[in-house]
Design a protein around this ligand. Structure first.
Ligand code: EPZ
Length: 423
């Protein structure tokens, strides 16, 4: 298995270019199934989850073509199979996103029910509830969600918890329903807004994206489109934290600063000088050690759970004590034990981690447990004295494009060691 090896202690300096957003491109690729013409999606990051999504769509009969710039063309005209099998769903929970589009466009879907996950139980009851409200017949048999409908009917759906992919699934399905649908307590994440933009460019009529109420007027058909995916705000935030932790100066380019207000505010609280332009953000620590910060995760526009592990890592070497409270997922502290192996002083209490900053972490072999946890571990490795070896880096490859190259460009001493060399 591949590993990432880091020799910590270099203040990062320079510029890094941000890729397209993983959590926008996955629903967008899936949404292209709703059209009766091909669509082209650009600014697609080269990630394992994108490959898995393409495999899923390809198995269903969609024709896919990728050019050297990772522009993907999806032609759904030959779709013939409406199933997302367990072997793919278990590697990528976002496969659940095919449920709404398949039922809306083809009248049937079989999607393996995702099981538990490293970060929490992550049920999909709200996705199923929403689809039933739209008139689909939904049952769970032999580990599969089976959904059928002639034509979905517009309905008012009130989510009792804010759910990102739940909102996306129902929004996609409602586009082809007869009549108007209203989704209340909808997720307001930029990725939901980007998906709505994609759907509207295919001919959908969605209003209210970016607020907690979506109004979707169903249309008879959707066509194809050309669309460029928004920049990844979590990747952006991760490189900024890398700058903060290493007392460096990092500029992220091709980013979208307005999607990161909560993160930028917290970085400013660490003592960083933050400067933003139209599509760039710069963090400058002026060589100082960051001050610790308290964070509480919650749905957008509050502080994102996907940045929690990175800020936990930051607090481990910051001046003072920071309290990190996770309210979105019940088990998203798997990185804590690994950070402790590097010498971090962290105490878990309920859904909070009390992190007392230490002057120095020391390198050790550690293990990635999920995508963002592994980003936190890599960041910690950048400041730990000596060598840190992060194992199970396939978690990182699901969501960070060439992370070792990008950090290398900023001066980090980091390299990937392939399975054979690592053994
Ligand atoms: C999306 O997951 C993201 N994934 C996650 O990104 C992200 O952490 C999460 O939203 C929160 O921002 C994609 O966009 C592909 P939720 P999702 O439904 O949609 C509960 C990453 O690292 N809930 O918004 O699965 C759920 O248990 C990741 O890139 C129900 O109770 O998250 C959780 O407590 C991982 N019933 C809360 O809602 C449901 O039917 C929010 O989860 C659905 C969700």
């Amino acid at each position: 298995m591949a590993q990432i090896r880091i020799s910590g202690g270099v203040p990062l300096e320079g510029e890094v270019r941000i890729s397209g957003a993983k959590n926008a491109v996955l629903p967008i690729l899936v949404a292209s199934l709703l059209g009766d013409e091909p669509s082209q999606v650009s600014n697609v990051p080269h990630l394992q989850d994108v490959t898995t999504t393409m495999e899923l769509l390809g198995r269903m009969g969609a024709q896919l073509a990728v050019d050297e710039r990772m522009q993907i063309e999806i032609d759904p005209r030959e779709m013939r199979d409406f199933e997302a099998p367990y072997e793919l769903v278990k590697t990528m929970r976002a496969s659940i996103l095919v449920l709404g589009p398949l039922v809306a466009r083809f009248g049937r879907a079989i999607v393996s029910l995702p099981g538990g996950c490293a970060i929490g139980s992550r049920p999909v009851n709200l996705h199923l509830h929403g689809l039933r409200q739209l008139g689909a017949e939904v049952s769970v048999e032999n580990g599969n969600i089976i959904a059928r409908a002639d034509r979905l009917k517009g309905a008012r759906i009130v989510f009792d918890t804010v759910t990102v992919t739940g909102t996306e699934n129902i929004m996609m399905a409602a586009c082809l329903a007869r009549g108007t649908s209203v989704i209340e307590n909808a997720a307001q994440e930029p990725e939901v807004v980007d998906l709505a933009g994609f759907l509207n460019s295919m001919g959908a009529r969605i209003e209210g994206a970016g607020t907690n109420t979506l109004v979707i007027e169903g249309v008879e058909r959707l066509g194809g489109t050309k669309y460029s995916v928004l920049p990844d705000r979590i990747e952006t935030g991760t490189y900024l934290v890398a700058g903060a932790m290493t007392s460096g100066r990092v500029r992220v380019t091709r980013a979208r600063p307005r999607d990161l207000d909560a993160v930028i505010d917290k970085l400013a609280e660490t003592g960083a000088v933050m400067t933003t332009g139209e599509d760039w953000i710069e963090i400058d620590m002026r060589g100082r050690r960051p001050k610790s910060v308290d964070i509480t995760t919650a749905p957008y526009p509050a502080f994102p759970t996907d940045m929690q592990a990175q800020f936990t890592a930051l607090n481990t070497i910051a001046e003072g004590t920071g309290i990190v409270t996770e309210t979105v997922f019940e088990n998203r502290f798997m990185h804590v034990q690994e950070l402790q192996r590097l010498g971090a002083d962290i105490r878990l209490k309920g859904n909070s981690a009390i992190v007392r900053g230490v002057a120095q972490l020391t390198g050790a072999p550690i293990m990635a447990t999920d995508l963002r946890a592994s980003a936190g571990l890599v960041l910690a490795g950048l400041v730990a004295r000596g060598q840190t070896v992060v194992d199970r880096v396939y978690h990182i490859d699901r969501g960070y494009e060439i992370i070792e190259e990008k950090l290398g460009q900023l001066g980090a001493r980091i390299r990937r060691v392939s399975g054979k060399q690592a053994a």
